[in-house]
Design a protein around this ligand. Structure first.
Ligand SMILES: [Zn+2]
Length: 360
């Protein structure tokens, strides 16, 4: 009965087969297999009370020129992180297909409604996009988008860089990040990609919750995957934008995707620095709040800390006769990230500490 009903509609309507199958309902307005530079949108059906038959339009650029490395560059998975979107939207404008070989697919704001709302989670379905992979063709909007990325874009590429920042609640040193992978060959390739991207700080990170992450889905599907944390606090940081631009330029040259050295020459960093690599090997390197209160950090990003050092206080401002609670470091290393907001509740991440990574 459903089939008969849908068969009344012309071809540009979603077919009954699409509804029955796992095919994505998101469509690209550009041909992702075409040679040249093409910019358009992914259109994702998302009607609401103010917009019957409405869609979400996600800007996308594909730059393709013959054989060569294939890359997917994404940002704006979390809507309160802006350095990545700024850098990738400029990249899409600056690069011509004559500057590259292979293919670069660029999506500067994968979660546009969250970016407009300046929120980490989607304001539509309240999901965290970076915990919603591989998605579902017929799920809520976040799941529809992640499903499209998983099924339609990832099979086309070898490399993925997903740009993040600390968002509203965290501030980071600008770091390029990989995970400690079990597959040796993939680990070596990813580590060399990380060194190739370079910048002042690299990080090998143990995630608190890797299930549903874009990172994990890419890695388990054999991709060479890197991510970043570029400052935070919901703004656009000058140094982080420079780090992202110079690192991306080095990366594209290193994998021989970018063949024209003049194309992004204004992104070249004035002084090349040796990358200091740190690791966050386990949960001891995260310090989470145990009490409600106002968080006072005593150390800055990049500062060295020792085990048992008091690195902050949690103050209860409603009870002046009550001692403030010292926050002790459980690990030796440097401050990679700290909470950007003062008001805190139990469970908030206050510090992330990085340990010097011994290269073998
Ligand atoms: Zn993020």
């Amino acid at each position: 009965m459903v089939r008969n009903l849908f068969s009344l509609y012309p071809d540009n309507f979603i077919s009954s087969e699409a509804v029955m199958s796992d095919a994505s309902l998101i469509k690209a307005t550009i041909d992702l297999n075409a040679k040249g530079h093409h910019s358009g949108y992914l259109t994702a059906p998302c009607p609401n009370n103010e917009s019957a038959w409405g869609v979400i339009k996600i800007p996308i650029t594909s730059i393709k020129n013959g054989d060569g490395p294939t890359l997917l560059l994404t940002a704006g998975v979390h809507g309160d992180e802006y350095e990545g979107p700024v850098v990738l939207s400029q990249l899409a404008q600056l690069l011509s297909h004559q500057h590259i070989r292979g293919q670069i697919i660029i999506i500067p704001t994968l979660n546009p409604n969250a970016s407009l709302a300046a929120t980490r989670l989607s304001p539509i379905d309240h999901l965290d996009m970076n915990r919603s992979f591989p998605g579902n063709a017929h799920g809520s909007i976040t799941n529809k988008i992640t499903h499209f990325v998983s099924t339609e874009l990832l099979p086309k590429v070898e490399y993925v860089i997903d740009f993040h920042s600390g968002g509203r609640s965290l501030e980071f040193l600008p770091v390029i990040i990989m995970h400690d992978l079990e597959n040796n060959e993939q680990r070596e390739k990813t580590f060399s990609a990380l060194k190739n991207f370079g910048g002042q700080f690299g990080l090998i990170l143990e995630e608190i919750d890797c299930v549903g992450m874009f990172d994990t889905y890419c890695e388990t599907n054999g991709k060479i995957f890197l991510t970043t944390e570029l400052s935070g606090g919901c703004n656009v940081n000058v140094d982080s934008v420079k780090t992202a631009k110079s690192g991306l330029r080095r990366f594209l040259l290193g994998v021989e995707s970018l063949t024209n050295h003049d194309a992004l020459k204004e992104w070249k960093s004035i002084e090349e620095v040796k990358t200091q690599i740190f690791e966050v090997p386990n949960q001891r390197f995260y310090l989470h709040a145990e009490h409600h209160g106002v968080f006072e950090p005593l150390v800055k990003l990049g500062e060295d800390v020792e085990v048992n050092q008091t690195i902050g206080f949690m103050h209860n401002l409603s009870r002046v006769n009550h001692d403030s609670i010292p926050l002790k470091s459980d690990a030796k290393g440097i401050i990679i990230a700290k909470r950007a907001l003062a008001q805190s509740v139990p469970g908030d991440c206050l510090f992330v500490i990085g340990k010097n990574y011994e290269c073998d």
